[in-house]
Design a binder for this molecule. Structure first.
Ligand code: FAD
Length: 320
């Protein structure tokens, strides 16, 4: 079977869960092959966990420059790997992943599908389009399919295999045509899981009323072992940092449980969370659009409901 290339999301030491999801999706189309782009030695550290999740081949595209530039090394690496016979390319539909996918498709004159939430063995993809207002079934009809899959859409699976290794020689990056990373700062997420990887996300909106109000959101997230998210109105008002924004112009999440506190449910917010498996919304307005989407809706004051919910969850966890 031809390789289905998966661009590996990693932090140099650890493979991100989104990659295991891509490997599971890739197995529906062919033999998954992982492409690791990073500084020398990265692929060797990640190989075992990639093989455990079904990567029959691990391409290493390593250079000191690979970590210094945004997206270009990843596009170069995938372009090289594609030449080794591949059936499709899968990347995570993160901000960087979508840019890589777009640039790669342009270079290869390939077909591009963004924001896929499912795909089948024929290559047909379920895709969220128009800011989340429509779900469509799409298939690439021209060239190699390049597909950006939303994190959290596909269940990761262990599928141990032997992984062959293959090196790719990255070309030098043209600094005039690429963005150089000048500094890195660790995101302040504390002990909470990464937003796009969390199986529980508790988000706060304008209804939280201020930065102090977000303590209620954090307390419920911590009781549930989840990540904290926020609506754009909340981050624009300075209640919570921008990196936690969920939605069309923020992050896309698809957790097992999404709790929306004081969020009205504008289409641009729904675009980033409507594929969550179970949605719980707390809103004092019974007409809030989010209540139409929620599996469980509570009409009430979030400052009364969320602390009681956190208390109940903590008590039940202690009992079990
Ligand atoms: P509001 O719409 O003001 O809703 C606040 C809600 O809180 C209300 O429903 C109210 O009833 C409820 N409430 C108030 N007090 C309480 C209380 N004490 N208890 C319970 N409920 C209470 N938005 C995003 O979120 N993410 C995006 O990525 C995004 N991208 C956008 C891109 C574009 C191009 C545009 C034009 C807009 C985008 N937006 C995005 C903004 C979006 O349109 C909405 O303005 C925003 O989502 C509203 O945020 P909110 O629900 O927190 O605020």
């Amino acid at each position: 079977m031809p390789d289905v290339l998966v661009l590996v999301d990693h932090d140099g030491e650890r493979v991100h869960k989104s990659t295991y999801e891509l490997l599971a999706a890739a197995r529906r189309l062919g033999d998954p092959a992982a492409v690791v782009v990073g500084s020398p030695g990265t692929a060797a550290r990640l190989k075992d966990s990639l093989a455990r999740h079904g990567a029959t081949r691990v391409y290493s595209a390593e250079s000191t420059e690979a970590e210094e530039f945004l997206v270009t090394p990843a596009v170069d690496a995938l372009e090289l790997a594609v030449r080794e016979a591949s059936a499709a390319v899968l990347v995570s539909a993160t901000t960087d992943g979508k840019e890589v996918a777009g640039r790669l498709a342009a270079r290869l004159d390939a077909g591009l599908l963004i924001d896929a939430v499912d795909l089948d063995s024929s290559g047909e993809v379920t895709q969220i389009v128009f800011g989340g207002s429509c779900t469509v079934r799409s298939q690439v009809t021209h060239g190699l399919p390049v597909i950006a899959v939303r994190p959290g859409s596909v269940e990761p699976e262990e599928h141990p295999v032997e992984a062959a290794e293959r090196e790719l020689a990255l070309p030098p990056v043209d600094p005039a045509a690429s963005a150089r990373i000048t500094a890195r700062r660790a995101a302040l997420a504390g002990d909470r899981p990464e937003l796009t990887e969390a199986s529980v996300v508790v988000s706060g909106g304008r209804g939280v009323g201020g930065a102090d109000g977000f303590k209620v959101v954090e307390e419920l997230a911590d009781a549930l072992g989840g990540a904290v998210g926020a609506s754009r109105a909340a981050v624009d008002a300075g209640y919570y940092p921008h990196q936690y924004q969920v939605g069309q112009t923020g992050k896309s999440v698809s957790p097992q449980l999404y709790v929306a506190l004081g969020i009205s449910g504008a289409i641009q917010h729904l675009a980033g969370m409507q594929t969550s498996k179970t949605i719980v919304a707390v809103n004092k307005d019974p007409e809030a659009p989010i209540l139409a989407l929620a599996d469980y809706g509570v009409v009430g004051d979030l400052f009364a409901v969320a602390p009681r919910l956190a208390e109940e969850v903590t008590t039940r966890r202690a009992e079990s």
